[in-house]
Design a protein around this ligand. Sequence first.
Ligand SMILES: [Zn+2]
Length: 434
Amino acid sequence: MVRMWKPELETLPREKLEQRQLKLFRQQMHYVMEESPFYRRKFAGICPGDIKTMDDVRRLPFTTKQELLQSQQEHPPFGDFACIRPNQATRVFQTSGTTGVPLRVPLTKKDWFENFHDQFSYYLYGYGINSDDIAFFPFIYGLFVAWWGMQATMEAHEVTIVPGGGQTSENRLRGIIDWGATVVCGTPTYIIYLGELAQKIGIDLPGSKVRIVVTAGEPGAQVPATKSVVEKLWGAKNYDDIGSTEISNFGFECVTQKGTHMIESMFLPESLDLETGNHAGQGEIGQLVLSNLCCESVPLLRYKTGDLVRFDYGQCECGRTFLRMDGGVLGRADDMFHFGGVNIFPSAIENFIRSIPEFSTEYRLVIPPAGTGEKLLIQVEPATNDMSVESMQSAVGRFIDDVVYNVRITPRVEVVNPGSLTRFEGKAKRIVRL
Ligand SMILES: [Zn+2]
């Protein structure tokens, strides 16, 4: 029996789901035009009551991160897109700002205690986590949104929480065993790092009580080879968790592990063709555009997330009708690069690297300047110190075949010393442009 948080909504036929989304969208549009000068300007001359179909929604202007950053610069602290006064914030978060100035995001009491709770309850029921579970969070909390909401919601559902911040990775691993953790959360990169460290220091994770590993922050749980590495290292199921600071938490994987469900009762998702900007249909890759239908503090409408997705509208074996992102978030629109006449997703290359047992899970892509005729350089490491030259040569040959056949470019592959590539605790940065 598949358990659902809101079965009456999670199994709504598509037509009813869209009617509900359009109704909530009109209400939200009315609300933002009342409360936010930014949206009053953006939607000037448009009446929310006129938005009757998905096509009407698609004619509305987008919201971009650049606009939000500019609005915050001109109207500190939260920008004039915010619908609340600063003192109404119960909690604030901030984006990592790795690509520039960080964005501040306030949440009201309702956003934090009701909306976040609802969103993560969908996740927990989706993963099959319940009050018998013990969850270990190997993470130091700060302004970054990661795991705060998940942890709070687990507490509300009486899951036992073991805080795992402020410790070495080795002590975290011992904590996971000693506390009998059944659930562990982290980025795919860090979870793999912990798994490999456990092997090195003789801790038997597959023999431990851990049954679920939740990963977020990078494509990973939905990159088949990465999921398989995580599940082998931990002897546990690996489920995907998708969200972002500015638009909150919108996607979870269910126990069937056949794509990441979008919480369509709280968001209106669109996928747009990268070249034409038109609606990307079933099975086509597009950029994810999201409208947050429930948020009170900073409800973004038609927000360009920069995430690349492929929608599947077919009903899932779990019974949910919420659409699935096939392969989760496939990558970032700005990570995707054009090389040798093709669009390349780093996650596709990652999938091939992690399918080859002779390679470690780390890698680096070095993109040469356009027009130089140089090949894309892919750096990989041997999985262990004692790998023979012959077996590495054969592995590199198989890997190049995979890339040539599937990605349609011929890369240059360099094998570097084991352990010499950077390991990341947070979001990994593995692409270098020369
Ligand atoms: Zn499902």
